[in-house]
Design a protein around this ligand. Structure first.
Ligand code: URA
Length: 187
């Protein structure tokens, strides 16, 4: 493991471990407070994220920021946001297994350095990779699972909530549960 956050970032920005490096504009390392108690993990950069080098900056990101604000969290202050893969899969397809495998060490290193108490998986790809390969977002969203001393929760991906507005109140409930969990832990 790399012990220094900036050193890790510098290495990731140069990465050529999978074919996504050939089509990326920017590596999207992550954003937020590296001392955060809560970490959010999405799937991978989309077009806007690839262009700007920051996770969740499109319409989904605006929704995410609004939901975070509702529970007094923000990427500028008290959370960290990263993705399963750091480079955009072309045409926003799901990242392939080899791409996730090539990138997962960077995410592990981020988690190792940030040491979050709670990890929120945004959508199926992150939840199935990090919580349980059979995770069903529609059934298990908002539930907390403990893994290696870290509480993990899966909820709807912001893009999914935009496509299916009925999911929005359910997602917001999950964020409220997150706030309650944080309060109960004194975070
Ligand atoms: N979708 C994701 O999963 N991550 C982003 O950063 C943007 C869109």
């Amino acid at each position: 493991m790399i012990e220094n956050f900036e050193e890790l970032k510098a290495q990731v920005l140069e990465c050529q471990a999978c074919k996504l490096c050939q089509t990326r504009t920017n590596v999207v390392f992550g954003v937020g407070n590296p001392h955060a108690d809560v970490m959010f993990i999405g799937e991978g950069p989309g077009e806007n994220e690839d262009l700007q080098g920051e996770p969740f900056v499109g319409r989904g990101g605006q929704l995410l920021d609004k939901m975070l604000q509702h529970i007094n969290l923000s990427r500028q202050e008290n959370i960290y946001i990263a993705n399963m893969v750091k480079c955009r899969p072309p045409k926003n397809r799901d990242p392939e297994k080899e791409e996730v495998n090539a990138c997962i060490g960077y995410l592990r290193n981020q988690v190792y350095l940030i040491r979050p108490k709670i990890i929120v998986c945004l959508g199926r790809v992150a939840a199935c990779s990090l919580i349980d390969s059979n995770f069903k977002v529609t059934k298990q969203h908002g539930e907390f699972f403990e893994k290696n001393g870290v509480l993990m929760m899966g909820t709807f991906h912001p893009a999914s909530m935009l496509r299916n507005p009925m999911q929005k109140p359910l997602g917001l409930d999950d964020f409220v549960k997150l706030r309650e969990k944080m309060d109960s832990l004194g975070l």
